[in-house]
Design a protein around this ligand. Structure first.
Ligand code: NAD
Length: 295
């Protein structure tokens, strides 16, 4: 908190144009939110289907707002116009910030971060929306380490206020201040946290998922667990449904990173039911079924 305050007093680089790498659950949401709050954003993926899905998601959120009379057709068109879908790096050369939101795989992220850094200007800030991978580890693949940090949004991006801004050991105060300001411009409520696998929220959330997996291995029924967490304990969703929303693949990758980072406290679970779903290609809401089915 102290560091965030200090960073807030610096002359802050303004973010007028952004890029997001990956048009999936998170990339599509980040593109929507940036565009909605007035910062044009380039949305880059490696396949057209993903770009279409990212745009459809944004259009879907806008349609709901229009149905409730909260926006008009002009605003809707303006927001969509603020998102530039692309398969190439050509349009990222004049952006002020990049948010990398590709799959939770350290090798893929390392390659993508090095690649994008070679296409943006020297002043551009590069961030990662990784859920769990240490920012210092990812920083090894970029040259301008002072202009690199974590910018971790939560799912669904348009509804969740929190953004974790993760300061790596070489991230400059100017970079932290600019990323905090961009998060605020997006209507979010940023917190600045230090680096470690899982940062703050996922150091709390993944032990909870591990506890849930252990319960299932001991014979618990996931429907019953979810029901208790929702109806009696009062949480908006139970762990099985939440895992489906997050994406079973992403959750499994994150669990792997957490167990490598904290081998004793977060030891890998043998026969983890979440890994079994992943092996069966039941990825959650993103492909129609995970713990639950989504017709
Ligand atoms: P996703 O599977 O929905 O989307 C990933 C996208 O990345 C896909 O569209 C894929 O085509 C694209 N991609 C893969 N390689 C690429 C490349 N080289 N260049 C450009 N695009 C590429 O995944 P997601 O849930 O959006 O997760 C993305 C990141 O956000 C991960 O690091 C994840 O840990 C993090 N995250 C996820 C959640 C969540 O709840 N799903 C929440 C916070 C953070």
């Amino acid at each position: 908190k102290g560091k965030a305050k200090k960073a807030g007093k610096l002359a802050t680089k303004s973010v007028d144009r952004a890029a997001v790498l990956g048009a999936g659950i998170m990339g599509g949401g980040i593109a929507y939110q940036s565009a909605y709050k007035g910062t044009p954003i380039v949305m880059k993926d490696i396949n057209n289907q993903a770009l279409d899905l990212g745009l459809t998601t944004a259009a879907g959120i806008l349609s709901k707002l229009a149905d409730r009379g909260r926006i008009n057709a002009k605003k809707m068109a303006g927001v969509l116009n603020n998102i530039t879908p692309t398969l190439s790096y050509d349009s990222v050369k004049d952006v002020d910030i990049v948010v990398e939101a590709v799959v939770e795989n350290p090798k893929v992220k390392a390659a993508v971060l090095a690649e994008v850094e070679s296409h943006v200007s020297e002043d551009a800030i590069v961030t990662s929306n990784t859920s769990t991978i240490s920012i210092d580890l990812l920083a090894q693949s970029v040259k301008r380490k002072d202009k690199f940090c974590g910018m971790h949004f939560f799912n669904p991006v348009h509804k969740m206020p929190l953004v974790e801004v993760i300061r790596g050991s070489e991230t400059s105060d100017e970079t932290v201040a600019a990323v905090v300001a961009y998060a605020a411009k997006m209507g979010k409520s940023p917190i600045v946290v230090n680096d470690c696998p899982g940062f703050y929220i996922n150091r709390v959330l993944f032990p909870y998922f591990a506890g849930f997996s252990q319960l299932l291995l001991e014979g618990a029924d996931f429907v019953a667990v979810d029901k208790v967490m929702e109806k009696q304990f009062g949480w908006p969703m139970g762990p099985a449904y939440l895992l489906d929303v997050v994406g079973i693949d992403t959750a499994d990758h994150c669990t792997g990173v957490m167990s490598e980072g904290f081998p004793t406290r977060m030891a890998k679970i043998t026969n983890d039911p979440v890994s079994a779903l992943y092996q069966a290609d039941r990825l959650g809401q993103k492909n129609g079924g995970g713990f639950f089915d989504y017709g």
